[in-house]
Design a binder for this molecule. Structure first.
Ligand SMILES: [Zn+2]
Length: 369
C-alpha cells in the first residue's frame, strides 16, 4: 500500500444498482480503479486520501437557459410570457442589449459553478440562433462537463441557411411551445432535426394546457415543463415512453408545479432542470429539496429516491451514457456528499449542500466529444 496516491472513498454508493455500502479507489486522475464491499478495502496507502460519505455519479441538469443569468434582480411579478417570450419579453430585451463578451462570460461562469458543484452534463436551451450556440460552445471550451447545446432558429419561419449550421454546431433543437411556433413550422424543424440525427426537445403546457397529439407527432426526445397537464396527458406520455423534464422552482414563481408525483407513480422517466438563470440558481440540491418539500406541502407522494435518480441517473440514460450512472472500475466522474449514511436518498435530496461536497477531478474530456 506504500506510496499509493489518489483517493479511497468509503460509505454508501448510490448508482444505477441502487444504494449499497462499499468503497471505491480512485487514481490521481480521478478514475475508479477498484470497487468493493465495506470492510474489504484494506489499509490506506501512504499518499492516499480518505473521504467518507454518500458516493454518487455526477449530476445532470435537465433544463437551463444560462445566458439570461445576466439579470441579477428579483424577477418582476409578470406572467411567464411577459418575462421570456420573444421578441419583447424581458429576457430577450436583456439578451439583445448585452454584449457578446458579457453573454459568453456569464455562461462560462455559470458552467464553472456547475462543474464545481458536481454537475457532469447540462442541457442548455440556447436562444439567438446559430450565433447563440456558437457563444455557448465558446463559453464551454475546456470545462470538465458535457454541454448539450439545444438551439433554436433566430428567424421564423426558419431559413435553410440558418437551420443547417444550427444543427451542425448544436446537439439538437430546444423549441418553445408548438402553439407559439405554429404547427407547420414545428413540423419542419422536427423533420430537419431528425434527418440530421439530433435531439429534439420541446416546451409543452407550461402556462396553459396544450393538446398533446400534435406534439407527440413530432417524435420528440424530451418534453419540458408539463405543469398544466391532466392525468390523461400523463398517461399518454407514459404510454409513449417519453422522457420529460420538470422545473419546480421556476414553475413556483408563476404559481404552478410540474406533476413529479404523477411521473413517479406512472414510471415516466424525468429529469430536473433549474431553468432560466435569471429566475433561480443552477443548484440541483436546492431543486430537489424544493421539489420534495413542496410536494409534501400539497399532500403528494414523491419519494427522495425518485428525485435523486432523476438528477444523478436518468440524465445519463437520456444522453446514451448509462455507463456514467454505474460507478464501476474504468469510469470517472463522481462526487461524495459528506453526510450521514443512514438514509442516503433523503440525505442527498434534502440535506445536500455544495459545502458538503467532495468532487474529485475528472480526466480531461471524459465524454470524448
Ligand atoms: Zn425553458
Amino acid at each position: 500500500m506504500e506510496g499509493r496516491e489518489g483517493w479511497l472513498l468509503e460509505g454508501v454508493i448510490v448508482d444505477s444498482r441502487g444504494a449499497e455500502p462499499g468503497y471505491l479507489r480512485l487514481d490521481p486522475a480521478g478514475r475508479i480503479v477498484e470497487r468493493g464491499a465495506t470492510g474489504t478495502q484494506g489499509p490506506l496507502g501512504s499518499g492516499e486520501r480518505r473521504v467518507r460519505g454518500i458516493i454518487l455519479p455526477r449530476a445532470v441538469n435537465g433544463h437551463t437557459h444560462l445566458a439570461d443569468g445576466l439579470w441579477t434582480r428579483e424577477p418582476p411579478r409578470q406572467s411567464v410570457q411577459e418575462l421570456v417570450s420573444p421578441p419583447n419579453g424581458l429576457k430577450h430585451l436583456l439578451l439583445a442589449r448585452s454584449s457578446r463578451r458579457k453573454k459568453v462570460g456569464g455562461m462560462r461562469r455559470a458552467l464553472w459553478e456547475m462543474a464545481r458543484s458536481g454537475v457532469g452534463a447540462v442541457l442548455d436551451f440556447r436562444e439567438e440562433g446559430v450565433e447563440g450556440v456558437r457563444m455557448l460552445r465558446e463559453a464551454a471550451q475546456g470545462l470538465p462537463l458535457q454541454v448539450v447545446a439545444l438551439g433554436r432558429p433566430a428567424q421564423l419561419p426558419p431559413a435553410a441557411e440558418e437551420l443547417r449550421p444550427l444543427l451542425d454546431l448544436g446537439d439538437g433543437l430546444g423549441l418553445s411551445a408548438v402553439a407559439d411556433l405554429g404547427l407547420s413550422t414545428a413540423r419542419e424543424l422536427a423533420e430537419a432535426c431528425h434527418r440530421r440525427g439530433r435531439k429534439l426537445a420541446v416546451h409543452v403546457s407550461e402556462s396553459e394546457r396544450e393538446e398533446l397529439d400534435p406534439v407527440l407527432a413530432l417524435a420528440p426526445d424530451l418534453l419540458v415543463h408539463l405543469s398544466r397537464t391532466t392525468e390523461e396527458d400523463q398517461q399518454r406520455i407514459a404510454q409513449a415512453k417519453l422522457t420529460v423534464a420538470g422545473c419546480p422552482r421556476s414553475n413556483a414563481l408563476f404559481g404552478r408545479a410540474p406533476p413529479l408525483a404523477s411521473w413517479e407513480r406512472l414510471g415516466v422517466p424525468f429529469l430536473l432542470g433549474t431553468d432560466n438563470r435569471m429566475l433561480a440558481s443552477t443548484d440541483l440540491f436546492s431543486e430537489m429539496e424544493f421539489a420534495y418539500l413542496s410536494a409534501r406541502s400539497r399532500g403528494e407522494t414523491l419519494s427522495p429516491k425518485a428525485l435523486v435518480e432523476s438528477v444523478f441517473l436518468e440524465g445519463w440514460r437520456w444522453l446514451g451514457r448509462s455507463q456514467q450512472a454505474a460507478l464501476d472500475p474504468g469510469t470517472s466522474g463522481l462526487l461524495v456528499l459528506r453526510r450521514p449514511l443512514d438514509d442516503p436518498y433523503y440525505q442527498v435530496c434534502c440535506r445536500g449542500h455544495e459545502g458538503k461536497l467532495f468532487v474529485p477531478p475528472v480526466p480531461a474530456d471524459p465524454s470524448g466529444s
